[in-house]
Ligand binder design. Sequence first.
Ligand code: ATP
Ligand code: SKM
Length: 283
Amino acid sequence: MEGRAAAPAAGTVLNALATGRGSAFAIDMEVTASVTLDDSAGVTGEVAEDPDADTALIERCVELVAEEFGDGQGGAVRTESEIPMAAGLKSSSAAANATVLATLDALGVENEVTREEAAKLGVRAARETGVTATGAFDDASASMLGGLTVTDNRKDALLVRDEVNWDVLVFTPDEKAYSADADVSRCEQVAPVASLVEELALGGRYAEAMNVNGLAFCAALDHPTDPAVEAFPLAEGASLSGTGPSYVAVGERTRLEDLRDIWNERTGTTHLTTTRSEGARTL
Ligand SMILES: Nc1ncnc2c1ncn2[C@@H]1O[C@H](COP(=O)(O)OP(=O)(O)OP(=O)(O)O)[C@@H](O)[C@H]1O
Ligand SMILES: O=C(O)C1=C[C@@H](O)[C@@H](O)[C@H](O)C1
């Protein structure tokens, strides 16, 4: 039994590490998962770009789905990804979503489970394997459903799902920052600012929300504010994405191209893409 699915990366509007409430939007870069189920005893995972990567998350996703919707089959899962790991672009949420959908596809039950329920299975696997601080239902729901979501990660509740149509510029410095290693108690200290970001986001003022979020979480997580400051004159919104080190800027393409020239002077890579309304899909 074989299944394949893909899920997009996401950028941040509101980081949930301060209050448990978060917001993210899907961007057009993706992870593809291929799953084979058989009668072997366990699940073996493989990450195409990195033979040494930790495969516990994707293996747990296959196990949970096979336990819940199949007969507890074992098998193999392999991901191929355009999203750098530990970059703030929600690679773990996209990998979990793609794996959950690919496993449902392999079992032939992909249409019997809502996309929201499927995202929650990935969130459960992420919690169980310790790759997240809050469960990251904000990132998981944006990746699974596409568009922009606002969530309460303490209740795994979807508060808003909206469509956005932006060009997106991503800047990824040459370093890694695993979300599970983030200083959560320092993030909790910026809760009053995060509440303001939440108010802006719930009022549909997403780009302004990103601007405030970026400054607050650069300060809390000790990332430089310079890329955000450079973006403000050219982008509608710009923020540190997730726990960094990437920054995302949204707005009009020609202005983001000008910003790309500025960010290209920094050490790291830039990538010009768009938001995505379509979330995870079987292939
Ligand atoms: N492409 C992938 N394939 C399989 N597993 C992945 C993949 N990306 C991430 N993971 C799993 O998730 C763990 C955490 O990865 P990562 O730090 O990239 O996730 P993240 O919290 O989404 O961070 P970020 O938002 O910074 O991308 C990895 O150690 C790995 O176990
Ligand atoms: O690990 C987590 O719970 C999170 C990580 C980051 O992506 C945050 O942006 C997100 O809001 C929550």
